[in-house]
Write a protein that binds this ligand. Structure first.
Ligand SMILES: C[S@@+](CC[C@H](N)C(=O)[O-])C[C@H]1O[C@@H](n2cnc3c(N)ncnc32)[C@H](O)[C@@H]1O
Length: 370
């Protein structure tokens, strides 16, 4: 739900921001505020959830690559990327910074609306991508097909031009809202009819070991019936009644914070690039603020690194997060770093598919093709 602020509430927020800026000045410039917490040493290593698999010989094309969540998950499952396409330059910088040997098309050249996909025919086995989800997100106005950010037609166009063996598309659960039934039929199912057979399923990040509530829908399309019949969507690995399931990974445990008698998974981190340009908070609803409060973690004024965060305690003494903490709560391993100002890094993190979730989908796809 979008925020609607009363004047009183807005004035209250303004005062909090002013006080916070003053505290930051005292802490950073004058060194007058004692750090309330030492620099934290995380205890969660997302790589344990996605052990590197050997190269499997399958070549992937990444569309709408963002900060690389899907790309990283597929890479760890042994897929090689032929190329990645992303309209934002800063995301391209992130991808190339982490993987200098990748072929990354960013900016104008990364705009999927301008690409002649024919050249990839026979060159890639799989296309993956998360077409922008704001048109369907409950946080937006749900205008679906009428929203000019709706990029599903570009994704389907690429699939039909390249005809890969498999495609994997990710989106917000809002896409499955009855309101968009017609949209899904006309824009996704009808053009693919006779060409691809689809599986649709929802994954919850917390059930795959990520310390965050995050629900996403996946549509996986297969060109041949055998692969389709063999495909089994990933089974939850954490927090279910199954004997093999492991306990949920929780926020304080993941970030390496001292016990306070309470711990739990984080609320969904805000999907980035949608708020004010300089927004350095990850709160996505009023309700989630209470959950952060119970965790004694402060989700606003995220800092560029852990040292800065420790030097600038919020008024209530809760733990202030850094970009690295948010990336970890999204399931990015420590060595994957983001380029840009804090709000741009948070934008890439909040927009991404949690890599361990992407990994599980990639592994399921891989098994279906073997
Ligand atoms: C939901 S995010 C994708 C996140 C990514 N799959 C990940 O896991 O990190 C959607 C991305 O599509 C990009 N995008 C939007 N319109 C685009 C276009 N016309 N061409 C290429 N990328 C576009 C946005 O900049 C954004 O980074």
């Amino acid at each position: 739900m979008a925020y609607t602020l009363t004047d009183t509430r807005r004035a209250e927020y303004r005062r909090t921001t002013q006080r916070s800026n003053e505290r930051k000045r005292l802490a950073m410039v004058e060194g007058l505020i004692e750090p309330v917490h030492p620099v934290n040493v995380p205890r969660f290593n997302p790589n344990m959830l996605m052990p590197q698999l050997p190269a499997n010989g399958l070549r992937a094309l990444s569309m709408f690559s963002g900060g690389g969540g899907l790309d990283l998950g597929f890479e760890r499952a042994g897929f090689a990327h032929a190329a990645s396409y992303e309209i934002l330059d800063i995301c391209g910088e992130t991808l190339l910074h982490n993987r200098p040997d990748w072929t990354v098309h960013a900016g104008e050249g990364g705009d999927v609306r301008n690409v002649d996909w024919g050249r990839y025919r026979g060159q890639v086995d799989l296309i993956h991508g998360g077409p922008p989800c704001q048109p369907f997100s409950v946080a937006g106005h749900q205008r679906g097909a009428e929203d000019k950010r709706n990029q599903w037609p570009s994704f389907i166009k690429a699939v039909l031009a390249i005809k890969p063996r498999v495609f994997v598309a990710e989106n917000v659960p809002g896409l499955l809202n009855p309101k968009f039934k017609e949209f899904v039929r006309e824009t996704i199912e009808a053009p693919l009819q006779g060409e691809y057979t689809l599986h649709r399923f929802i994954m919850r990040a917390e059930e795959f070991g990520v310390p965050q509530i995050r629900k996403r829908v996946f549509i996986v399309g297969f060109r041949n019936q055998r692969d389709h019949a063999r495909f089994i969507p990933p089974d939850a690995t954490h927090g279910t009644d199954s004997e093999d399931a492991r306990p949920l990974m929780t926020v304080r445990q993941a970030l390496g914070l001292p016990p306070i008698g309470h711990d739990g998974v984080a609320p969904t981190l805000r999907s980035g690039f949608t708020g004010p340009r300089s927004c350095t908070g990850v709160v996505n609803s009023k309700a989630s603020m209470d959950v952060w409060g119970q965790l004694q973690v402060w989700p606003n004024g995220v800092q560029s690194d852990r040292l800065k965060a420790s030097l600038f305690p919020p008024e209530n003494g809760h733990f202030r997060m850094s970009v690295q903490d948010c990336a970890l709560l999204q399931g990015f391993p420590v060595e994957w770093t983001f380029k840009g100002a804090v709000y741009q890094q948070l934008g890439q993190i909040g927009n991404s598919v949690c890599p361990p979730v992407a990994y599980q989908v990639a592994v399921s796809v891989l098994k279906s093709t073997q």
